[in-house]
Design a protein around this ligand. Structure first.
Ligand code: FAD
Length: 474
């Protein structure tokens, strides 16, 4: 098992209470410098960089801010080749030092924050599109590739990634598979863990003599959304989808009930949509709208759509019949300013918090029908809770998920709200926790733990994030 501080499992606050002795870190750095003098390494002489490369976007959660305060890498290595990844994995295993993989560091739950210090391995330099299969559209791509850049490479081939987070411009594909869940495209393709969205992985193990494994789709499943706790992903095999010239639409409604009814009705049509976001009026009021898009009127609820060009023949009249008015339309990639997707998913939270830093958020799948649940929570929480909905495909059916914004009134109020949400029938995915299990359904996945035992027998990868490993005997 990992070299855990005896207080680890009891300690609610991880603020840097565990550090490796500096002598051990120096010995590790010296060995890495000897093995590959060209690999960039940052140590104690660069405290600001160590701090920066130990942070992500977990500051959305006041709970996580407190719990993660002071957690900082003692060494950062930046790998741009498979060989460098293997050198780092082997050296960490031989020196018994924790290794936390980092992509672009845009995760919201402290996924890449090193709870026990040790080494952070930055994989952004491992970024080649290795192979495109013209017959199937399947790609093999290195883990540090940015998804926006990848889509640019796929565009001339008439293909695109099925699913991207709203951070597609800045986040890596390895970080999305290891730490994300879904986003733009989830209305058509569901979530990352749905069978078919990941076809295979190339993985480096953390052992004195690291192995390079190629896993098929089934063997890759336990590493999908495991926060990099059970293998270093170096390359991914992914399906792509046909390129569509998505049209961005901003639609206004003068009532929430009408806007919600239109969103629900759209899910039952044959109109091809890539994304559907519904924003309550107070949220819409404070978002930065793309150039040329009028600011919303007071009390205007906004529906954002990415629609296929052929849907445009039907949509204007169809929406008007439901009380919606199209205020703005532009092809994706062709408009000035922000793309519409950067007003959706956790970008909504980002923009809101830029003006209201004392707010946070929640994530949940809404029960069907949604209105009674929303009504109950609105009645109990009033304007402390503002609604932001996203359409997704879940187990084959289109549904509405929610990322409501929440005025921060402390942990006790958060617990009460989460209890109210569950009581109202919502399925919560708590964004204020650090373990893979707590952020999901709260149950240990034995396959994830078995993959960790096989690929990281000393428990050095991102320690503290896989609850099933912490609680397993031995
Ligand atoms: P990081 O944050 O660097 O890492 C995430 C996790 O993956 C960490 O546990 C890390 O250790 C692990 N990891 C990274 N690379 C590897 C690797 N090669 N091998 C093994 N483990 C690895 N998420 C969504 O799912 N959908 C969204 O729509 C979305 N919108 C967002 C909007 C904003 C404004 C922000 C701040 C975040 C959003 N996120 C969203 C969260 C995050 O941006 C995405 O999940 C993103 O894909 C993470 O990629 P990254 O490169 O930043 O990963």
């Amino acid at each position: 098992m990992a070299e855990l501080h005896p207080e680890f499992s009891k300690q609610p606050d991880y603020s840097g209470f565990f550090r490796y002795p500096e002598a051990r870190i120096s010995a590790l750095a010296a060995e890495l410098g000897r093995l590959d003098p060209s690999m960039p390494l940052l140590g104690a002489e660069a405290p600001a960089e160590l701090e920066r490369l130990s942070r992500d976007y977990s500051d959305y959660s006041p709970v996580l801010v407190e719990r993660l305060r002071g957690c900082r890498a003692q060494l950062v290595a930046s790998a741009s080749s498979l060989e460098q990844v293997r050198l780092v994995a082997g050296a960490c295993a031989r020196h018994g030092v924790a290794l936390t993989v980092r992509g672009a560091g845009t995760g919201n739950y402290g996924q890449c924050v090193p709870l026990q210090g040790g080494l952070v391995l930055d994989l952004c330099g491992l970024d080649r599109l290795r192979h495109f299969d013209a017959a199937t559209g399947v790609i093999e791509v290195e883990a540090g590739s940015l998804m926006g850049g990848l889509n640019q490479q796929l565009e001339p081939l008439g293909r695109a990634l099925r699913l991207v987070p709203s951070t597609a411009r800045s986040a890596t594909i390895g970080g999305f598979i290891a730490g994300g869940s879904g986003g733009i495209g989830s209305l058509r393709w569901g979530f990352l863990r749905d069978p078919g969205n990941l076809l295979g992985l190339e993985v480096v193990t953390v052992e004195p003599e690291p192995r390079l494994l190629r896993l098929d789709a089934a063997a890759s499943t336990p590493l999908n959304h495991a926060y990099g706790t059970n293998g270093i992903l170096t390359a991914l095999r992914l399906p792509t989808t046909e390129l569509v010239a998505w049209q961005q639409l901003v639609v206004g409604f003068d009532s929430w009930d009408r806007a919600l009814a239109a969103a629900q009705a759209l899910l039952g049509t044959a109109l091809q949509l890539q994304a559907l976001t519904l924003l309550e009026a107070p949220i819409a009021q404070q978002l930065p709208w793309p150039g040329g898009c009028p600011a919303p009127l007071a009390a205007e609820q906004r529906l954002l759509l990415l629609a296929a060009p052929d849907a445009l023949e039907v949509l204007p009249a169809w929406l008007a019949a439901l009380g919606g008015q199209i205020h703005w339309q532009a092809p994706q990639g062709g408009s000035r300013g922000l793309p519409l997707r950067e007003l959706s998913w956790n970008h909504t939270t980002l923009h809101w918090r830029a003006r209201n830093p004392d707010w946070t958020y929640l994530q949940m799948l809404l029960p069907q029908p949604e209105a009674p649940c929303l009504g109950l929570l609105r009645e109990r929480w009033g304007d402390d809770l503002l609604w932001h909905l996203e359409a997704v495909r879940q187990q084959g059916g289109a549904r509405l998920a929610a990322l409501p914004l929440l005025r921060w009134r402390g942990e006790e109020a958060l617990e009460r709200l989460m209890a109210d949400c569950r009581q109202a029938g919502a399925l919560l995915f708590n964004p204020h926790v650090i373990s893979v299990e707590d952020g999901g359904l709260g149950v240990v996945d034995a396959d994830q733990v078995a993959a960790k035992a096989a690929h990281d027998p000393a428990g050095l990868l991102n320690p503290g994030k896989l609850g099933g490993w912490l609680s397993s005997p031995g």
